[in-house]
Design a protein around this ligand. Structure first.
Ligand code: 15L
Length: 266
């Protein structure tokens, strides 16, 4: 497949672009910044929040053949003001979706987040994709709104849109919470590959975590799309040091984002 990956220079993007290339995809990178050293894929520098700039990238790409999908990983991965969050996650998604419709690109895989439902109490038990939106931050609010946009475009234009509510994408888990929320690099690639290739998913949501023994989130929706995680954070359990904040982080699925430390004016 020919795939445009946004946020290609970011922590997710660096891993996913290399992984998709290794699986034989023709990967094009898009980011605000130049490619990391050693990058060999085609690269475009543009701000995904700038609809004209996004359209120009799609127009340039259309001369090189059909684009099969967008993997939208761009976005600030932390809590900012509400307007900044909406720009980073919602405005960018809208610009990409408009360009996809204009250029007949049929599928988007979106890096959503567990923080879209992060204010759900852990005591509620395993979280399914039927859980109602319950953001823990403005970051989470923006992820919920971006998911709503995907749903709208799937319904209105028949796009396939897979929203991956990612847990903690790290080389290895670093906290007690991470033993539940970890998404390994290898499983991250497997997740995106499944979301890219699942036959006719329409609008779908999955939880992006590894096959963690202590998982709080339902892996079944991902499995239905062909995502079979191979790693388990439990292998690192002995190395995780207990911290005083573990208790507060265990109250809601969003962990630290759901604590008062993240409260700020919109
Ligand atoms: C996310 O969505 C954030 O981008 C990342 O910074 C972490 O907070 C991660 O979730 C997590 O919940 O561990």
């Amino acid at each position: 497949m020919r795939v445009l990956v946004t946020g290609a220079a970011g922590s997710l993007g660096r891993v996913i672009t290399v992984g998709l290339e290794a699986l034989g995809h023709d990967v094009v990178g898009l980011d605000l910044v130049p490619p990391p050293e050693g990058t060999t894929i085609t690269w475009h520098e543009a701000d995904c929040a700038d609809a004209d700039a996004v359209e120009a990238v799609f127009a340039a790409l259309s001369t090189g053949g059909r684009l099969d999908a967008v993997v939208h990983l761009a976005g600030v991965p932390e809590e900012l003001s509400l307007p900044a969050e909406l720009t980073s996650h919602v405005v960018t998604t809208a610009a990409l979706l408009d360009a996809m419709v204009a250029h007949d690109v049929p599928r988007i895989v979106y890096a959503s987040s567990n923080h879209a439902v992060g204010r759900t109490p852990r005591a509620d038990g395993e979280l399914t994709v039927a859980a109602r939106p319950r953001p823990d931050t403005y970051y989470g609010v923006a992820k919920v709104a971006a998911e709503a946009l995907l749903q709208l475009f799937a319904n209105r234009h028949g796009l396939d849109a897979v929203s991956c509510r990612i847990g903690s994408f790290l080389e290895e888990p670093t906290s007690l919470r991470g033993l539940s929320t970890w998404l390994s690099h290898g499983d991250g690639v497997r997740m995106v590959e499944a979301a890219l290739t699942a036959p006719a998913p329409g609008f779908a949501v999955l939880y992006g975590i590894s096959a963690n023994t202590r998982a709080w989130w339902d892996l079944e929706p991902g499995r239905l799309l062909g995502y079979e995680p191979q790693d388990d954070a439990e292998a690192y359990a002995d190395r995780i040091e207990r911290r005083p904040e573990d208790e507060a982080e265990a109250e809601f699925v969003g962990g630290p984002f759901a604590t008062a430390h993240f409260h700020r004016p919109a």
